[in-house]
Design a protein around this ligand. Structure first.
Ligand SMILES: Nc1ncnc2c1ncn2[C@@H]1O[C@H](COP(=O)(O)OP(=O)(O)OP(=O)(O)O)[C@@H](O)[C@H]1O
Ligand SMILES: [Mg+2]
Length: 255
């Protein structure tokens, strides 16, 4: 498997506050892999993702993406990746379709915009201003912007926060499709079911340090002496929501 992300001894100290946000973090992610960064609020997830995306400088350590680095290969790297930031108030003065078209224009090839808007259930809103959308609708636009250019690497910082269960499930399918196409996905989430479902490997970060990493099932079995045996999945309130609100998706089994 080709290594896409290689992070070695990454450290970030915010200058003004002298806060050590990321402390000697190392990991690697392969092609077609979904890698999760989990951890409590303030653990250093967004800081790490921002450094990886070339939006913030590291204090020390090494980051290579596709064997390239931000100092020498910024233009090439931008064409290979897409992303959704956790805090994003840009683009409020654009319409939904314009936002996605703008991002499509940054890439050599892209998914037809109308197809993508349909997939994200945004067709009805394509001429709406971003400022007129609900929180979850806006989040779906950001996801569409992240993937429209068919990037080889996608960074998603809490992509499903605020999404309704149907949109969240649709998002999971989109990530699965991306992975099958060989795209490497790096995401943060506070939803452990999501991490377990989507991530091939993950790292748990606490106070800037990785305290555990590996495949979700290996981590579970290492953490609890008695192996956790998955019972066949029972219907949940989530399933009720999907059924009653007319989700067209087939139900995914976690079991
Ligand atoms: N611009 C900044 N200047 C100074 N300190 C910062 C800055 N941004 C983040 N921090 C601090 O760095 C630490 C890590 O923050 P970060 O945003 O990376 O956490 P996170 O894991 O993404 O948390 P959350 O789950 O809440 O999104 C926190 O203690 C935060 O207060
Ligand atoms: Mg964050």
């Amino acid at each position: 498997m080709t290594t896409v992300i290689e992070v070695k001894n990454l450290r970030k100290v915010y200058k003004r506050t002298r806060k050590v946000a990321v402390d000697d973090v190392s990991f690697s992610v392969s092609e077609g892999e979904c890698f999760g960064l989990l951890g409590p609020n303030g653990a250093g997830k967004t800081t790490t993702l921002e450094i990886l995306q070339g939006l913030r400088s590291a204090t020390s350590g090494e980051v290579t993406l596709f064997g390239l680095n931000w100092k020498q290969h910024e233009t090439k790297l931008r064409s290979l990746m897409g992303g959704v930031m956790q805090h994003n108030n840009l683009y409020e003065k654009l319409k939904v379709k314009e936002c996605v078209e703008l991002f499509a224009s940054f890439y050599p090839s892209y998914t037809p915009i109308d197809t993508l808007l349909e997939r994200f259930n945004l067709s009805e809103k394509k001429d709406a201003w971003l400022s007129e959308l609900s929180g979850g609708q806006k989040q779906r636009v950001f996801l569409a912007m992240a993937v429209v250019g068919q990037p080889k690497l996608v960074f998603l910082d809490e992509p499903t926060t605020g999404l309704d269960p149907t949109s969240r499930q649709e998002f999971w399918h989109i990530i699965k499709d991306l992975k099958e196409a060989g795209t490497c996905v790096m995401l943060t989430t506070h939803y452990m079911d999501e991490a377990e479902f989507l991530c091939d490997n993950l790292a748990i970060i606490n106070s800037g340090q990785i305290i555990e990493s590996g495949a979700p099932s290996d981590i579970i079995n290492r953490t609890f002496e008695t192996p956790v045996i998955k019972e066949p999945r029972k219907a949940t309130l989530n399933d009720v929501f999907l059924k009653l609100t007319g989700s067209t998706m087939e139900r995914e089994s976690y079991a």
